[in-house]
Design a protein around this ligand. Structure first.
Ligand SMILES: NC(=O)c1ccc[n+]([C@@H]2O[C@H](COP(=O)([O-])OP(=O)(O)OC[C@H]3O[C@@H](n4cnc5c(N)ncnc54)[C@H](O)[C@@H]3O)[C@@H](O)[C@H]2O)c1
Ligand SMILES: [Fe+2]
Length: 384
């Protein structure tokens, strides 16, 4: 059996990567749409990009209306600016939200209709050049052909995809992440961990993604607690930025599984940040998945050295699960209740959530079969 493996064409990484990317901007086009958020403007990150574009005499328009996890309405707003300003390429600057928004806006430049029209379909028409500059570590969106946009009418977080959505260039300058507060270190960092574990334990895992997944898991267990406790630690920030990229490569080529499937409905209905809702789910979802893939979870336990070579696969897998639970505690991940989700509202929607989770297709990638009853039991366990 053969496997497909796709990454961005070019990755420029390390401190100063933005400054070293001048040729990339020059080749990309004449006028950029910078897709970002107000926080990025406030902390001076947008100015860092416009300074370089000014130096290169490249024109730009700025769209900073990505106020949270993106909705179809925000995407329509960005598309309008792109067209009115006659832009010919896009720069996404920020966490997964602006990067996903950049992809969705780019998609609508050349693909007819509206974003919800593409749910369950493959986006195929070539899109304008896209440069992704992540400032969280992170979703790995810089290395995936996915974009996750909320359908604001149906309250569904849609997973949209197509090979054309892969950014042409990823600029991984970890210095952007130095301004991340603790909450924006923890949630995206645990999102990356979820990607690496799910990709490694997915039915679609392949030998090439295994390499990236193990590497990401090792970096995250070593460096996320350091970055969380000391945001100014540059070594930890750099390692986390690379881990997020690696984990993005993993999910692009081997897919996410049950955690992401069950996490998106929580995000759509209760606005829990994506990485945090993954982290809330990891223990219960992986406890469920464990006996379908002891060997795979055991590999990860041995890779981070919480399990010994002499442990059985079952023991090593269980030790890995304990380590996952522990890193979520270190990152102070609250329960749904502590986060303020209303229990009654949650259970009033749980049937729709389970249907949406399964309809996304992600739970089906779990090595163990997942039924609606399993999903409902896991949602229930989050309150115990
Ligand atoms: N496309 C993909 O492959 C993929 C994969 C996983 C997740 N996602 C999506 O990504 C989104 C989440 O992205 P995220 O977790 O990166 O968060 P985010 O982009 O929503 O950002 C969260 C908050 O952190 C702030 N922020 C970002 N970088 C900062 C920095 N350096 N300093 C200070 N503040 C900063 C932002 O302004 C925002 O307020 C979700 O919608 C999720 O579904 C996409
Ligand atoms: Fe994710």
């Amino acid at each position: 059996m053969s496997s497909n493996f796709v990454m961005p064409k070019q990755i420029i990484s390390g401190a100063g990567a933005l400054n070293d990317a001048k040729d990339v901007f020059k080749k990309a086009g004449k006028k950029a749409l910078i897709v970002s958020g107000k926080v990025m403007e406030k902390v001076g990150n947008v100015a860092k990009v416009t300074k370089i574009l000014d130096e290169l005499s490249i024109e730009y328009a700025i769209y900073t209306d990505i106020t949270g996890e993106p909705t179809d309405v925000m995407i329509e707003g960005g598309l309008k600016v792109y067209k009115e300003e006659n832009c010919d390429f896009l720069i996404g600057l920020g966490g997964g939200s602006p990067l996903d928004s950049m992809k969705a806006i780019a998609a609508l430049v050349t693909n007819p209709g509206k974003i919800p029209d593409y749910m369950g379909k493959i986006i195929t028409n070539e899109v304008p050049p896209m440069i992704a500059i992540p400032t969280t570590a992170g979703t790995g969106s810089e290395a995936t052909w996915f974009t996750i946009i909320t359908d604001s009418e149906k309250d569904i977080k849609m997973l949209l995809k197509g090979p054309v959505l892969m950014p042409d260039v990823a600029i991984i300058d970890y210095t952007f992440t130095l301004t991340s507060p603790k909450s924006v270190t923890a949630a995206p960092g645990l999102d990356a961990l979820t990607h690496a574990i799910e990709g490694y334990t997915s039915r679609k895992a392949q030998l090439l993604t295994d390499t990236f997944a193990v590497s990401a898991v090792k970096r995250i267990f070593k460096y996320l607690p350091i970055a969380y406790n000391d945001g100014s630690n540059e070594e930890a920030r750099e390692q986390m930025a690379l881990a997020a990229l690696e984990a993005g490569v993993v999910i692009n080529n081997s897919s996410v599984t049950i955690v992401h499937g069950m996490s998106r409905p929580i995000g759509a209905l209760f606005h829990v940040p994506h990485g945090m809702s993954n982290a809330m789910l990891m223990k219960e979802c992986f406890s469920f998945a464990l006996d379908g893939a002891y060997e795979r979870f055991a590999d990860l336990g041995r890779a981070i050295k919480v399990a010994a070579e002499t442990d059985s696969d079952k023991e090593a897998a269980e030790k890995f699960l304990d380590a996952v639970e522990n890193i979520c505690k270190v990152c102070e991940i609250p329960t749904l209740e502590e986060y303020g989700v209303d229990r009654e509202k949650f259970f009033a929607s749980v049937d729709k959530m389970a249907d949406d989770a399964l309809a996304s297709g992600s739970p089906g990638n779990t090595i163990k079969d997942v039924t609606k009853d399993d999903v409902l039991k896991i949602y229930d366990a989050l309150w115990k």
